[in-house]
Design a protein around this ligand. Structure first.
Ligand code: SAM
Length: 264
């Protein structure tokens, strides 16, 4: 039974951090001309309407994207990201927020591909409607973990895999570990970006996910942020992005992004 709906959380501080990181990663990979296959294992919907009942329930976007949208000045490391959000809206009013799928699609070059996996039927329907005309996009209505066996290694030899589960199930970390090991065997030089929450009483240290996955070594870049007290909701006090095989040229920008969001 899937109860998680990302519409309640779209545009919150964790989303804004995650999407800025994903954008910077892909941009760095795109400095080389070879085509890239992006896989979003847990896609959610394509675009979120911030005036919907979902988004307005807790108005989480008011703690994330909205202050950035209205900021008089934006740090250069976030310029491109904000530009992508603006591209989806008309004029000065922020209404639509891009999910990871839409953001990735906006960045695709003709030689790149996007594979979107989603389990929830409502989100699947929205994705089908939104992306059906785009030949660069493949929709996988099914388990994103299992899908990795189908799509890795990618035909073009380069890949960015975003793994962004809801962490609703107690088995999530085990599922993630079970999927990651064979994925790494099939495609050891792929760039994998894993989002994880920092929850009071659960992950009390910023190195929660790499620790839990027994991941060690310099091929990892682990970025984590604490969310400023006044922007927190519930027990989530921060989040992180753990990146396997992070391209060297992306590191500086990613670290700058994490500093910008940490306690901001
Ligand atoms: N990546 C999205 C973004 O940044 O805009 C947010 C994704 S949301 C955190 C997680 C999504 O994963 C939900 O829409 C949920 O229905 C879906 N989901 C949960 N388990 C899944 C699985 N095993 N495979 C594919 N999708 C799954």
């Amino acid at each position: 039974m899937l109860s998680y709906r990302h519409g309640f959380h779209a545009g919150n501080p964790a989303d804004v951090f995650k999407h800025s990181v994903v954008l910077a990663l892909l941009r760095a990979m795109q400095e080389k001309p070879g085509g890239i296959t992006c896989i979003d294992t847990h896609t959610g919907a394509a675009v979120y309407d911030l005036s919907s009942d979902f988004a307005c329930k807790n108005r989480e976007f008011e703690r994330g994207i909205l202050p950035l949208w209205h900021a008089a000045e934006v740090a250069p490391a976030l310029d491109d990201y904000l530009h992508q959000v603006r591209a989806l809206n008309h004029g000065d009013t922020l209404r639509y927020y891009p999910g990871s799928s839409q953001l990735l699609r906006q960045l695709l070059r003709p030689q790149d591909r996007l594979i979107l996996c989603e389990l929830h039927p409502t989100e699947q329907a929205q994705l089908s409607k939104h992306f059906h005309r785009d030949r660069r996009v493949t929709l996988h209505h099914g388990d994103g973990y299992a899908a990795l066996a189908n799509y890795l290694p990618p035909g073009n030899g380069r890949g960015l895999i975003l793994i962004d589960p809801p962490y609703e199930l107690k088995t999530e970390l085990q599922d993630l570990r079970n999927a990651l090991e064979p994925a790494m065997q099939r495609f050891g030089h792929g760039v994998y970006a894993l989002w994880y929450p920092l929850i009071e009483g659960k992950h009390s240290t910023p190195d929660g996910l790499p620790e839990a996955l027994h991941l060690r070594g310099e091929k990892w870049l682990d970025l984590s942020i604490e969310i400023a007290q006044q922007k927190r909701l519930g027990r989530m006090f921060g989040c992180g992005m753990a990146i396997i095989n992070c391209p060297f040229r992306a590191r500086q920008t990613l670290q700058t992004i994490a500093q910008l969001f940490n306690n901001a």
